[in-house]
Ligand binder design. Structure first.
Ligand code: NAP
Length: 251
């Protein structure tokens, strides 16, 4: 009997898969059997090597998701190279830090455009493909700041709280049409995104003290949740934002 977590024959489009959480997810999906299209602005050389070593196909698509400009082309190139899109992982994202009282319009727009606006329109374009082929799985990479306020990151909190809402509305509209829309909320992961936090000794210590697991997450910690939400094991799961946070939100 085929495992409900088996992704053989599936195609996953993962944004920002060259590093960090996106890389961890792309490699985990490939290990479960999926071919990978990686769309982003930096060459995903390491990810390509890891995916191909697992015997899966890999295509790299150049795209800057700071605007919606590449959305249609990314979908077309994925279809041309791999023949379909069964799984979309909206992972590419940025953060800008400054006190809210001083926060600039540029830092607001850059984060909202990348983390929310482009995610919506890429998902809309991919959903048209999924609806035509009978369904699919959308996984949005949210944050603890989809649940909490955070500090000095107003546009990031707005974007990730918005993404949790978007996850629910799209689930409401598409659940009966065969598309599962869910999100993963990573806790504190050791990636470029959190370099400044780890470099601040006091902040690093206070974060670690609050994490029940007692350590930062590593990109390999996120793959299991992604495989679950990408697979038929989650066919009746819709609209959730699943924390993978070492217990942070339980505290
Ligand atoms: P990361 O290492 O900085 O990765 C971010 C990814 O997004 C990179 O691939 C980056 O590409 C890509 N990206 C950013 N802006 C882009 C743009 N305009 N066009 C195309 N690609 C773009 O950080 P990460 O932690 O793995 O972040 C991945 C996701 O997880 C983000 O959505 C982030 O908000 C979320 N997250 C992270 C944490 C954490 O603790 N690390 C916690 C909660 C949520 P480049 O390499 O070219 O910059």
């Amino acid at each position: 009997m085929r495992s409900p977590f088996d992704l053989s024959g599936k195609v996953a489009l993962v944004t920002g898969a060259n590093t960090g959480i996106g890389q961890g997810i792309a490699v985990a999906l490939a290990a479960a059997g999926a071919d990978i299209a990686a769309a982003g602005r930096s060459a995903p050389t390491e990810t390509q090597a890891a995916v191909e070593a697992l015997g899966r196909k890999f295509v790299s698509i150049q795209a800057d998701f700071g605007s919606t400009e590449p959305v249609v082309r990314v979908v077309e190139e994925t279809l041309a190279a791999l023949g379909g899109i069964d799984i979309l992982v909206n992972n590419a994202g940025i953060i800008r830090r400054a006190d809210s009282i001083d926060f600039s319009e540029d830092d607001w727009d850059a984060v909202m455009n990348t983390n929310l606006k482009t995610v919506f329109f890429l998902t809309q374009a991919v959903a048209k493909v999924m609806l035509a082929s009978g369904g699919g799985k959308v996984i949005n990479i949210a944050s603890l700041l989809s649940f909490q306020g955070g500090i000095r990151v107003p546009s990031y909190t707005a974007s990730k709280s918005g993404l949790a809402g978007l996850t629910k509305i799209l689930a409401n509209e598409w659940a009966a049409k065969g598309i599962n829309v869910n999100a993963i909320a990573p806790g504190y992961f050791d990636t470029n995104n959190t370099e400044a936090l780890r470099a601040d000794e006091a902040r690093n210590r206070s974060i670690l003290e609050r994490i029940p697991a007692g350590r930062w997450g590593q990109p390999g910690d996120i793959g299991g949740a992604a495989v679950f939400l990408a697979s038929s094991a989650s066919d009746y799961v819709h609209g959730v934002t699943l924390p993978v946070d070492g217990g942070w939100l339980a505290r």
